[in-house]
Each structure stands twice: as C-alpha cells, then as structure tokens.
Design a protein around this ligand. Structure first.
Ligand code: NAP
Length: 222
C-alpha cells in the first residue's frame, strides 16, 4: 500500500474507525451519519460514493466499522431491537459492499475489504451475552467469506476483524468490566491493537489472505 492509496472508512467518526482514520491520515475518507452518510440507506451510500469516486476513483481499501451493540436475552429482544441490530451490523455491510466494491473490482488493481465482526462468532457455539448482535455478526462473517470468493480473481481480498473487548471512550464499559476476568491477557484491547491487525490486512504481505477472520481478543473466553 503506497501513501497515496485511498482508504474509505464507513463508521469512522469515533472508536475503532476513528483510530483507523487517524492512523491513515491523509488518505482516509470517513463516512458516518454525522458526515451525512447513512450506511443503512442504499441511496445515501450511492450518492456519497458518486461524489467520492469523482474525486478519488475507487479506493484501495474499504473498511466497514459500523455496528451497534445491545445486550439482551433473545427471548426478550423485541422486533424493533432485532431489526435495528440487523440493519446496523449486517444490512449496512451489504449496502456498503454493493455501493463500493464493484468499482474496486473494475479498477483492475489490488484492493482490500475489511469488515468487523466480534470475537467468537465464527466458532461453533452459542453466545449468551448479546445473541441478536452476535447473530448479525456471524452473518457478516459469512457475507465476507462469500464476497472473498467473488472478488479474489480481481485481486481484492475480503477479511473480517473480530475484536474482543476494545477500550475507547464510547465502549460499552459495564459489559467490558464484567467480561474482563475472562480475558487471559488480563487487559482490555486498545484501538491500537485493532489498527495493527487491520494494517497487516492492508499490507502487501496479506495479498494472498482472503475470506479469513482475524480475532483480536487477548484470548477472550466469551
Ligand atoms: N468496541 C468494541 O469493543 C468492539 C468489540 C467487538 C466488535 N466491535 C465492532 O467493531 C466495529 C467498530 O466498533 P466501535 O466500538 O468503534 O463502534 P462505535 O463506537 O459504535 O462507532 C461506530 C461508528 O459508526 C458510525 N455509524 C453508526 N451507525 C451508522 C450508520 N447507520 N451510518 C453511518 N455511520 C454509522 C458512528 O457515527 P455516527 O453516529 O455519526 O453515524 C460511529 O462513528 C463495530 O462493527 C463493532 O460492532 C467493537
């Protein structure tokens, strides 16, 4: 990845996405609702990408960092909460992919797509803590695995970063405090831990890595 290669970060206004934007300052463009882009709305994304493409062409990398979280047992999750979590985590990934990735493939040069899941969702087990959220994230993994197959021949890799408990000012701190004893590494993760993992996936060294889940969780036993 050269310094001039562009990175489009969807959901980069705070937390992990903001740390990624800071790490790639000068070549990162951030889309959030605060910048006028709603990742759950295909029309909003298509309009934003038309403007982006006129200025930059297709990005080298697309990072999708949107994904609201809620802890609630499945049997007491109401339909509105379910729909919101699916829209925020899964629908938005689908719509962002459809708005941006065709241009990356058509560009005919190497590219990177990184989606965000959550530690443990690619394992063969249930998740008690936030089942609707984890169901959406498991679907994100499957979306990425399939997209990876569709874009491999074009040189566009698609991978998933699965964070554990990542500390930043907008983190869900009560939940993280409760879960911390289950982290063998003995600490919360930092946004720097995620920036480093994404940096590897964006690097030329990862050109042959696609359809994978890179878990960054200090060994979390969720
Ligand atoms: N933090 C953790 O410990 C942790 C753990 C596991 C997985 N993850 C996953 O990692 C990713 C990043 O997490 P995070 O903690 O940095 O998230 P975050 O603090 O909630 O930040 C999400 C960002 O996405 C934007 N956003 C939300 N809805 C949007 C929409 N509809 N359209 C456009 N932008 C939208 C928000 O800005 P606006 O409000 O301005 O739109 C914000 O900039 C998420 O997918 C999350 O589920 C995080």
């Amino acid at each position: 990845m050269s310094a001039s290669e562009q990175i489009l970060i969807v959901g980069g206004g705070q937390g992990i996405g903001a740390a990624l934007a800071a790490a790639h300052e000068g070549r990162a463009t951030v889309w959030t609702r605060s910048t006028g882009v709603d990742a759950t709305d295909p029309a909003s994304l298509q309009a934003a990408f038309a403007t982006y493409q006129a200025e930059h062409g297709a990005p080298y990398a697309l990072l999708h960092c949107v994904g609201d979280f809620a802890e609630q047992p499945l049997l007491s999750t109401d339909a509105a909460t379910w729909r919101h979590l699916l829209a925020s985590n899964l629908d938005s990934a689908f719509h962002v992919i459809q708005a941006v990735v065709p241009a990356m493939v058509a560009a005919g040069r190497p590219g990177r797509v990184v989606l965000f899941a959550a530690a443990g969702v690619d394992k063969d087990k249930g998740m008690l803590r936030a089942p609707a959220y984890f169901a959406a994230k498991a679907a994100v993994v499957q979306l990425a695995r399939s997209l990876a197959l569709e874009t491999a021949a074009a040189g566009v890799t698609v991978n998933v970063v699965a964070p554990g408990l990542i500390d930043h000012p907008h983190s869900h701190r009560d939940s993280q405090r409760r879960m911390l004893p289950r982290v063998p590494a003995g600490r919360l993760g930092s946004t720097g831990d995620i920036v480093a993992a994404v940096g590897y996936l964006l690097s030329p060294a990862a050109a042959y890595v696609t359809g994978q889940v890179l878990t960054v969780d200090g060994g979390l036993q969720a």
